[in-house]
Write a protein that binds this ligand. Structure first.
Ligand code: EPZ
Length: 431
């Protein structure tokens, strides 16, 4: 079983290149099935979630050609099946994007229901509400969603809750529906805008992505395109917190500073120096960083996907901070692991954490409970005294490409090991 082993104490210093946005790429890969012409997608992150999505696309008959590690050419003309195997849904939730894409193009789709996961129940009722509003007959049978329509007809849809997945999924189906669709109370995340821009590059007519209302004029067909995925704001935010918590000086390249405004503001509040350039951001940590409060919100608020990382940063800031998780009901599971390292974080009422800053964290053996919490425990280990081993790193590898290599290039003493022997070898080398 692979683990990350690290020896904390080195400030992270230097430049790091940020990859393509996983959560934009997942929607874009599904949307690429909505034409029979070639689609070339660049700046794809080489992470497990993306590679599983590509496997699922191949499994239903589309052709997938890896041009290079971050570029793929897809042609969906050969699709022979609109039913996704359960194996893929069990491995990545974003398989639910196949419903909107296949329903839009073939007026039929059968996709297993996604399970809950470690951060909450994660229903898809809003997705299904949107498909039904467009005229699809949607049934839940034998653990799968079956959606079929004679025709999809544009509709006025109000999302009871802001949902990234529902916004993207309904937008895809509506792109090939007849007439106009208006979707209100939509998610405004950069990755929603990126999927809308991708669909428009294929000939869709989508307006308003990034605002509260998206207006879609259905078209008869979509054509091929070439498209580059936007930079990953969550990978960027993770490295910004890593720079702050290790009191380092890191410049992140290939980012869109506007997408990072909420994390930049929080790091400035605790005393870091954050400078913004055209496609780069520089974070300089300070010895004395002080408390602040964080409340996760939909974009442009503070992203829930950076909540574990900022909490770890606040665990080593002076004073008491309050972190409120307003999006998911169970996203503090990592707090117990952090307490094994000396973190003083107390969760009250299930979605509020009281973070009492401590002088230092000490290395320990911890397990990653989910993708972002796993990344947060790694950056805690980089700031801790002594050795930390993080288990269950396959969660982290779902969303971070070469995570340990990028950190090591910034001066972190970290390696991926797959045996006791390799771990001992690392400790001998690290001293
Ligand atoms: C996307 O999940 C991301 N995943 C998540 O990132 C991210 O945390 C989340 O958006 C919020 O930003 C992908 O893009 C693949 P939601 P998604 O629908 O779309 C409730 C990561 O770390 N809800 O915006 O599933 C839901 O329970 C992952 O990369 C309904 O009630 O999130 C949650 O409380 C983790 N009914 C809230 O809305 C629905 O039909 C927001 O969920 C849909 C959602």
């Amino acid at each position: 079983m692979e683990q990350y082993i690290m020896k904390g104490g080195n400030p992270l210093v230097g430049d790091v290149a940020i990859g393509g946005a996983k959560n934009a790429a997942l929607g874009i890969l599904a949307a690429s099935l909505m034409t029979d012409e070639d689609v070339l997608i660049e700046n794809l992150p080489d992470v497990n979630d993306i590679n599983v999505m590509l496997e699922a696309i191949q499994a239903i008959g589309a052709s997938v050609k890896r041009v290079d590690r971050h570029t793929v050419k897809i042609n969906a003309e050969g699709i022979s099946d609109v039913s996704i195997e359960d194996e893929y849904m069990r491995r990545i939730r974003a398989s639910y994007y196949f419903i909107g894409a296949l329903l839009g193009k073939y007026k039929s789709a059968r996709v297993p229901l996604p399970g809950g996961c470690n951060i909450g129940s994660r229903p898809i009722d809003l997705h299904l509400k949107g498909f039904r509003a467009l005229g699809a007959k949607v049934e839940i049978e034998r653990g799968a969603v079956s959606a079929h329509a004679i025709d999809l007809v544009g509709s006025h849809i109000y999302l009871d809750k802001v949902s990234v997945g529902a916004t993207i999924n309904i937008m895809m189906a509506a792109a090939l529906a007849e007439g106009q669709t208006i979707i209100e109370n939509v998610a405004k995340e950069p990755h929603v805008v990126d999927v809308a821009n991708f669909l428009n590059s294929m000939g869709a007519s989508i307006r308003g992505a990034g605002t509260d209302v998206i207006r879609i004029r259905g078209v008869r067909r979509l054509h091929g395109t070439e498209y580059a995925v936007i930079p990953d704001q969550i990978e960027a935010g993770t490295f910004m917190c890593a720079a702050a918590v290790t009191r380092g000086d890191v410049t992140l390249r290939n980012v869109i500073p506007k997408h990072l405004e909420s994390i930049s503001a929080k790091l400035r509040e605790i005393g870091c120096e954050v400078s913004e350039f055209d496609d780069a951001v520089r974070v300089v940590g300070r010895a004395h960083q002080t408390r602040t409060n964080v409340n996760t919100q939909v974009y442009p608020g503070f992203p829930t996907d950076l909540q574990p990382q900022i909490t770890v940063t606040l665990a080593l800031a002076e004073g008491t901070s309050i972190v409120t998780e307003s999006i998911f009901e169970n996203r503090f599971k990592y707090v117990d692991e952090l307490s094994r390292m000396g973190g003083a974080v107390k969760v009250v009422e299930g979605n509020v954490a009281i973070v009492t800053g401590v002088e230092k964290l000490t290395g320990a053996q911890v397990s990653a409970p989910d993708l972002r919490a796993g990344a947060a425990l790694v950056i805690a280990g980089l700031a801790a005294e002594g050795y930390t081993v993080v288990d269950d790193i396959e969660y982290i590898q779902r969303g971070y490409e070469n995570f340990e290599k990028k950190l090591a290039s910034l001066g972190a003493m970290i390696e991926k090991v797959d045996s006791e022997k390799a771990a001992r070898k690392f400790q001998l080398k690290a001293g």
